[in-house]
Ligand binder design. Structure first.
Ligand code: T4K
Length: 395
């Protein structure tokens, strides 16, 4: 018998390090009385990430959105940038804030990343860069995009907000393209409460990014450019340092959750799973996307999304609507039709996944989905009388 969950099951919950460890770290902050502005813990966090990614070309920020805005500004990107409409809205906002025109092109149907063929077709004399997203932590078509960027002399920028921990051929995903932006928001598998990071190929950009995030100050009396305030503080850095230690454990737990979902959902008609990733990719299990085929499943994605709430399961429709359909971006250039992106946005549902989600709960979520499918077929699969205790329970 399936019962609704007693407490809400959200799409994600932030990982938290052991409280004693965090309190111990807070003592240092109290002793230092240094809270922000390139403090010692931030410097240590930067060094640890620099070791982790094996590069000195790294800069930390107070969130991923500002990191991306600063990246575009520091690299002098202008004109048109080819990008995806199937992402979190901050990807496009970062372009807008730099007065860059986004040109939306379609995505590929397997992993939902930018379709390289569509990118090539959208290049104009005003195109200066490609801004692709490793959506859900799935690597983009790295070689094809790199080839297009090289042949057309374009900068290749990755929004890697979801991709911390993903590797391709034993290399961190940050090693691809001219620059990658990572988000350390609490909803990410690796986080610093809020936070962002840039990793880039050109060493000379570091000084530019460091000026831009600190008002353009070179020293106490010289402002060399009109910068903003996008600095990471000591509390954020402390959280980041402490969580970095547990990264592998977090990814392993999420991998086990993915396994259960894939095993249990595979045979439910109308539920499409992303194909297994090629073996050279180490996936970070950032999200658990499924597509719902209304005809086969028996109800639309939106109805399933609402029904799940009645069972206390709060899945999310990341990413619906498409960005080009938000009123503020309507009418901005879309190149070609967005057939795949539109179909995916209408069918996508991201299911709960986080390290502390018990596997038995994952099984129950799958059972609920199976039950909802069967119900549409009119098969009685549960003992309805048994739900009498659950006032308002969704049957
Ligand atoms: N590029 C891409 C591709 C991105 O996905 C994002 C951010 C960015 C750029 C920008 O990076 P940041 O500037 O954010 O660093 C969330 C996140 O706020 C956002 O960071 C993330 N993408 C986006 C995909 O998801 P919401 O509005 O859906 O979050 P919210 O508050 O509804 O949280 C989702 C669920 O998580 C809640 O239902 C419950 C749980 N939750 C959330 C928080 C914040 C908790 O349990 N505890 C918490 O503290 O945007």
């Amino acid at each position: 018998m399936i019962k609704p969950f007693e407490k809400p099951i959200y799409v994600t919950r932030p990982y938290l390090p052991p409280l004693e460890e965090f309190c111990h770290g807070l003592q240092e902050i109290w002793e230092n009385r240094w809270l922000t502005n390139n403090g010692p813990i931030l410097q240590r966090f930067t060094q640890k990430l620099s070791n982790f990614f094996e590069t000195d070309n790294i800069s930390l920020f107070n969130n991923g959105t500002l990191a991306l805005q600063i990246a575009l500004q520091g690299m002098g990107i202008s004109g048109e940038v080819i990008t995806t409409p199937f992402t979190f809205v901050a990807t496009t906002h970062a372009l807008f804030w730099n007065k860059i025109r986004p040109v939306f092109v379609d995505i590929e149907p397997e992993y939902y990343t930018l379709d390289p063929e569509k990118v090539e077709a959208a290049i104009t004399p005003w195109t200066t860069a490609i801004l692709a997203v490793h959506v859900y932590g799935h690597p983009c078509k790295l070689n094809q995009l790199a080839d297009i960027a090289r042949r057309h002399n374009l900068r290749l920028i990755y929004d890697a907000a979801h991709a911390f921990g993903t590797e391709v051929g034993n290399k961190p995903i940050a090693h691809f393209g001219d620059l990658s932006m990572f988000s350390f928001h609490s909803t990410k598998l690796f986080h610093s409460i809020e936070g962002g990071m840039l990793i880039f190929r050109e060493a000379g950009l570091k000084v530019m990014f460091d000026y831009l995030k600190n008002f353009g100050f070179k020293n106490e009396v010289e402002v060399v450019m009109p910068g903003t305030n996008a600095k990471m503080n000591e509390m954020q850095a402390l959280m980041g340092i402490q969580i970095l230690r547990y990264l592998e454990e977090i990814i392993q737990k999420r991998a086990s959750i993915t396994d259960v979902y894939r095993d249990r959902l595979r045979e439910i008609p109308g539920i499409r799973l992303v194909p297994a990733l090629p073996s050279e990719i180490k996936y970070n299990h950032a999200y658990m996307p499924i597509e719902v085929d209304e005809q086969e499943f028996g109800m639309s994605r939106d109805v399933l999304y609402e029904k799940l709430k009645e069972w206390n399961v709060f899945a999310r429709r990341y990413f619906y609507p498409l960005i080009c359909d938000f009123p503020c971006y309507r009418g901005i250039s879309v190149n070609g039709n967005l057939t795949v992106a539109r179909r995916v946005a209408d069918r996508i549902l991201t299911l709960p996944i986080y390290d502390s989600l018990e596997l038995s709960y994952v099984e129950t979520i799958c059972e609920i989905i199976r039950h909802l499918h069967r119900k549409t077929l009119g098969e009685p699969t549960v003992n309805f009388a048994a739900f009498a205790d659950y006032a308002g329970a969704p049957i």
